[in-house]
Design a protein around this ligand. Sequence first.
Ligand code: GDP
Ligand code: IMO
Ligand code: MG
Length: 443
Amino acid sequence: MPVVVIVGAQWGDEGKGKVTDFLARDADYVVRYQGGTNAGHTVVIGSQEFRLHLIPSGIFYPDKVCIIGNGAVIDPEVLFQELDAFRDRGLQTARLFISDRAHLLLPYHRLLDELEEESRGKEQIGTTRRGIGPAYVDKVARRGLRVGELREPGWEDRVFQMVVEKNEYIQKLYGAQGFEPEEIVEYLRPYVDRLLPYLADTSLIIAQAVAEGKNILFEGAQGTLLDLDHGTYPYVTSSSPTAGGVCIGAGIGPTSIDLVLGVSKAYTTRVGEGPFPTELVGSQGEEIRQKGREFGTTTGRPRRCGWLDIVMLRYAVRINGINGLIITKLDVLDKMPKVRLCTAYRYKGELLTEFPASLRVLQECVPVYEELDGWQQDTGGARTFSELPAPAQNFVQRIAQLTGVPVVMVSVGPDRQQTVVLREVFSLLEEKIPSGSKGPLYS
Ligand code: GDP
Ligand code: IMO
Ligand code: MG
């Protein structure tokens, strides 16, 4: 495997948790590199369903090391709720390391997220209200608290000062009630004792693992179209979920990454506001929502559903340098007599084949569809590509053709077992780096 990145190729919730858990079987390390508890990753193992917000989806194997990198924001309350719940369910959670450079997310960030959303009125982003934006704002403004600071004497004074400062915004800008600084210090104190043993220089741990040739899996949260730079700004999150974010958010160089896998549903969903060209607002959208159980893992909100958007997927391939695609939730389309792929947009008489930066343009784009036969058979039991009905195989192959990227895996149900492997990740790596040769640059 060596160093493999898993990124969401759409607007999040592509099934990254399931895919990471599946591939983690062959990994030694599983690393989250950005985001926070806005993520909701679901892993289904037999009759058990687990929902992860911060803990990497490698935690279900007792021998894997899990890391939360510096690019993530840590809400200690949710982190320990998650750890305690997993421990109660019999999982070992001692193999977790958290970067001492990661930033802390405190209750005032959550309150500010709420207040900012309320003040936006009709212009709401539809955030998860987990405090993510305000926590990253503090980081970028160079006034955030890093978890490593909690090791140092006097951290209480820093927290106290931060609360005093935040109260200014909360009270003067929003007319809301702030926090008692002592209250936040005392709220944090028990978490500090629990957090310290997990803290480490995680970039160093990863560098050593890379040097030893260990298999390392980076688990993206959110998705390409939610990326702060490359997504549908301002309807995005405040971090960099794209593959480039791995270098910044985990502290490894780009030369260490061997493979980038993009995860996409067989259709498209979006939770929160913002343009969505292939959205289906009628009964077909509702059918996908019900069959796909498209309700947010973190917020329970119904997800907006639509056909697979190849223009967007090709954009995600480019931005992330995706070498292999993983198509999830194929089974959700099982009953459809016809299935569609959006291959271009029509905008004011012009044909667009590249994803536009302007939301105003995107809003007015009319999808151009290619229609394919549906398969109208159950795919949930398929374990090999040849067990998929011919029209389903054709649909998957067409996605590969239109994006120019091989499909390496297809998921046909939420369970770990409901997975069809087309190409072993190892074989892809061998194709990329021909054995016995490092290419003309070295000759
Ligand atoms: P993530 O945020 O990318 O990890 O995705 P979520 O866990 O938020 O959402 C994906 C949902 O689809 C979860 O409920 C998964 O259990 C479920 N899921 C994943 N893969 C499949 C699949 O192939 N078929 C079906 N029916 N459900 C799936
Ligand atoms: P996973 O990792 C889907 C969306 C929110 C909102 C926007 C900004 O489970 O795929 P934020 O709280 O981050 O400031 O919200 O981003 N969003 C997600 N949508 N999946 C996620 O994570 C998301 N994390 C954030 O709905 O539109
Ligand atoms: Mg999710």
